[in-house]
Design a protein. Sequence first.
Length: 124
Amino acid sequence: MSHRNAMRISLLAAFAVGVMAWSSDTSKPTTVKGYVLDSACAFTKGLKKPISGECATACAKAGSPLVILTDNGTIYWPIADTTPSSGQNDRLLPFAGQKVTASGKLFKRGGSSAIVIEKIEAQK
């Protein structure tokens, strides 16, 4: 292996380690409590809670993403931390219209909040 190729590989490895360290620092553990509802209703109707579980389920099955809306009005977008990413509606559908407690990794960017859900359960 030439000296130049060895240098390139070393730089690439250092860059990869730096990216992994940076990406792990952009999230933090969190727990959120709120209602699972259709994202469009959360924005366009200004709801404080879902109209019904059936309504949220119907919207999700039609393709609208489900979100978690907290009592203070913060909307958390459930996301996957995989590449390629995947929708989270299948995971949230059992809780559509219900109040939940979700814990996982929090990400914030440009005024938006997202959560990679590690655990979710209905509130009692």
